[in-house]
Design a protein. Structure first.
Length: 185
């Protein structure tokens, strides 16, 4: 089932258009807009869908997914993603390994923008958008881990290779396809 992957690629294409107007950089982390809000909410909602499936739950919220996923794949907190052009690297679920575990800031920002846009619209910013995209990419990588060599890789993002958690299993032809090995527990 590749509809989740294809949806991510469609969102990533929109991200690419946005990056033609707003440079993706740490200096622009506070930049916010309607387009960023739209992408933040779409990416986080898709992340919600995938995390629910990965956790095996039929309903729940981020805390429920976190609890279930940390039991089955504790290394999810160590998976990092890189925005290729800027070199920005983030581990989108690292807050799950803090004590106590907390909701990622980008997830909270999405909820604030969704429910309190009248006074929290500034949270629809580049920093939170990157977190949401990185989180969605991690969820997709895990969801599709056995079929990655058949899927087109994203244009703007790549996993951070850390042989303790993620490594390249094989490069295949054409080079836009790649397979990874994951150590999730």
């Amino acid at each position: 089932m590749t509809n989740h992957w294809n949806y991510f690629l469609a969102l990533e294409a929109d991200f690419g258009v946005l990056s033609r107007y707003v440079e993706i950089s740490q200096q622009n982390y506070p930049t916010y807009s309607i387009e960023i809000a739209k992408l933040l909410m779409a990416a986080t909602q898709e992340c919600d869908v995938l995390l629910k499936q990965l956790s095996g739950l039929t309903s729940g919220n981020e805390q429920d997914y976190r609890t279930a996923l940390l039991l089955s794949m504790p290394n999810i907190t160590k998976i990092g993603i890189k925005h290729i052009a800027s070199g920005i690297e983030v581990r989108p679920y690292s807050s799950w390994s803090s004590s106590p575990a907390t909701t990622p800031t980008w997830w909270t920002a999405n909820n604030k923008v969704k429910h309190e846009r009248h006074n929290k619209f500034g949270q629809a910013n580049i920093e939170n958008l990157l977190g949401a995209f990185f989180g969605l990419y991690v969820a997709n990588l895990i969801f599709h881990k056995d079929d990655l060599d058949k899927l087109v890789i994203p244009k703007y993002f790549e996993p951070i290779i850390d042989n303790n958690v993620i490594s390249i299993k094989s490069n295949v032809f054409p080079p836009s396809y790649r397979s990874y090995t994951f150590k999730l527990s």
